[in-house]
Ligand binder design. Structure first.
Ligand code: M6R
Length: 597
């Protein structure tokens, strides 16, 4: 689970010998392992336990802020994901009643409140009831997992707007934020709903709502196994995931074109609703947002519908104009990104329809949407998105074709032809992968660069943004993506001798006008001393004289170009990061799923 946060890690185990034992350490999991060894805890003999990897929100990533947190008597242990928004008031209330808190976190307040309920409240001696009573007092998004020294056979977990799944094994039961935590032991899982609490024991699980009324989780079987979440001989997950992209694309397309029609995975809105759509918003964050920018070009071209692409974190705060004929496409690998989830909720409150593009079966965003198209990229462990991004781009094209089909802006044979072109993309991406040795070599030579600019036009513009994001997050290098035509309006002032500029060329055949303009842009920057690294279609001889480094990708239809041109940029960023000695899978300050706003 380390990919979800690696600022600190900790465990709490209910042991027969020593009761509740807690160890926690700032930094990577390896630090916790050493601390456990030093403390002589080589292996715990316990009945229940919990572990946590943290991405810091309240309180610096230091030992005392690491989870699990305990109450003053050290009998309750709590791990928590999310943010308790009313924690300042709760903390003040605890302090007024004489409780001394030992950390700067919001989580610790929950530990003290649960202990107080368990010891003195109307729910005394009943751990699930005590946790429920506290959950009702909390504002914000949270997943809590709680143990008590008096209840060695019980773990209680609760969720609101933050993920929690149960794993049902034989003679053992698990709770986790993601099935990856228990896939080694069982593929039988249960998804919990909003404001639900689960009590797990050796024999199974019991779900209630926050008022104690019986509730039901949704059972499902995980359709991948441990090997998908292992490096499989690769030096790092990101490289494995880059290489899995042809499969990720093929799996995303599979099953979505049946009997001559594009089909979604889930549709809780009518075909008429799709026909009535008169405006599309794509809302997403980070790489998913870039996939949305690509979608804009395709959907506007294929469907003749206006498309706006919005950063999910901005969307609901600027009062967008939405109504029941607006389709909001929420793109999220994890399906649990808080900014995107809140954008979905805002859209639905305004009566807009929401279609989720998601890589995680049953995650909160698809659950709260009117339609879902799953990207079947498989688990992505590297924090930087690669195969999930490419799958999102492909899935967004499918959304565009589904809309074109519903609105009749494309005839069935045209939809079939576009889908056929998409089906050829896995082998085009495999072809790119066969030639990335040149990019790796280039990356190792660029390790000392101070900054890199990325330029693109048309669908190459989002690719440039994605290339820059990869480089920033992995190599901690100043990187900016620009629409090439915008350069002369300011950014060209950044060009200096030997500054590497990566240029994503449009196809000379598909977009001849843009190609010509781009060649002019390259000569302008070369004249000012830039070192040009050009990603261009095979056989593009016109651009060759302007390329200090030329990386060729196969010729593909204009709108599909991001699927091939993004790949060298992923490899470039990973190689520069590796050459600079950074952890490619776990870049500093980041976490894979951002479940706080
Ligand atoms: O799970 P999501 O697709 O909603 O995540 C969105 C972003 O947090 C994610 O794409 C992030 O930008 C990646 N680290 C980029 O590589």
């Amino acid at each position: 689970m380390e990919y979800r946060g690696y600022d600190s890690a900790g465990v709490a185990v209910l042991t027969q010998a020593d009761g509740l034992v807690v160890e926690r350490k700032a930094g990577r999991l390896a630090n916790l392992v050493s601390a456990l060894d030093d403390a002589g805890h080589g292996a715990f003999a316990g009945t229940a336990g919990m572990g946590h990897t943290r991405w810091a929100t309240h309180g610096a990533p230091i030992d005392r802020n690491s989870h699990p947190h305990r109450d003053t008597a050290g009998r309750v242990a709590v791990v928590h994901n999310g943010i308790i928004e009313n924690f300042a008031a709760l903390r003040a209330e605890l302090e007024d009643s004489g409780v001394e808190l030992s950390s700067d976190t919001d989580t610790e307040t929950a530990a003290h409140l649960i202990a107080r309920e368990y010891d003195h409240g109307s729910t005394a001696g009943d751990l699930p009831a005590s946790v429920r009573a506290v959950c009702r007092k909390l504002d914000g998004a949270f997943t809590l997992v709680v143990t008590h020294a008096d209840q060695p056979d019980q773990v209680v977990a609760a969720r609101r707007s933050s993920p929690l799944v149960v794993g049902v094994g034989e003679g053992e039961t698990f709770v986790a934020s993601d099935v990856a935590a228990f896939i080694e032991h069982t593929r039988d899982a249960v998804e919990l709903g909003q404001d639900q609490l689960v009590v797990i024991s050796r024999d199974g699980y019991d779900v209630t709502d926050f008022h104690g009324d019986p509730a039901h989780g949704k059972p499902f079987t995980v359709d991948w196994d441990l090997s998908a979440a292992e490096k499989g001989g690769h030096e790092y997950f990101m490289l494995k995931e880059i290489e899995e992209q042809p499969d990720a694309l093929a799996n995303t397309l599979r099953g979505h074109f049946r009997s001559g029609r594009i089909v979604l995975d889930e549709q809780r809105m009518s075909d008429q609703d799709l026909r009535d759509v008169d405006k599309v918003f794509v809302v997403a964050c980070g790489s998913a947002y870039h996939s949305g920018l690509v979608a804009k070009y395709a959907i506007e071209h294929w469907c003749r519908l206006p498309v706006e692409v919005e950063l999910a974190s901005e969307f609901r705060y600027r009062d967008p104009v939405l109504d029941r004929d607006t389709l909001v496409v929420a793109v999220s690998q994890s399906g649990e990104t808080a900014d995107t989830l809140e954008a979905v909720r805002h859209a639905r409150e305004q009566k807009a329809r929401v279609l989720a593009v998601c890589n995680t079966n049953g995650a909160q965003i698809p659950r709260e949407s009117d339609a879902v198209l799953y990207t079947h990229a498989g688990p992505e462990i590297g924090v930087a998105s690669t195969k999930a991004f490419l799958a999102q781009v492909a899935a967004n094209y499918l959304v565009g074709l589904a809309l074109a089909q519903a609105r009749g802006t494309k005839y069935p044979d045209e939809v079939a032809r576009e889908f056929g072109e998409l089906e050829a993309m896995p082998s085009a991406v495999a072809k790119v992968l066969a030639t990335v040795g040149q990019v790796r070599d280039l990356g190792s030579r660029m390790a000392d660069s101070r900054a890199v600019l990325f330029l693109g036009r048309h669908v190459g513009f989002p690719v440039a943004l994605e290339g820059a994001l990869k480089l920033k997050e992995l190599a901690y290098m100043h990187a900016e993506g620009f629409a090439a035509g915008e350069l002369k309006h300011g950014p060209i002032a950044l060009i200096e001798d030997e500054l590497p500029v990566v240029v994503v060329m449009p196809s000379p055949k598909g977009r001849a006008v843009l190609h010509a303009k781009m060649v002019s842009n390259i000569s302008e920057i070369q004249a000012r001393g830039a070192r040009t690294i050009v990603i261009a279609e095979e056989g593009d001889e016109r651009v060759r004289p302007f390329a200090d480094e030329l990386v060729e990708v196969p010729a593909v239809p204009t709108l599909l170009q991001p699927l091939v041109s993004t790949v060298p940029l992923q490899v470039l960023a990973a190689e520069i990061a590796r050459s600079r000695g950074y952890d490619v899978d776990k870049p500093r300050n980041l976490a894979k799923s951002v479940t706080v706003e």
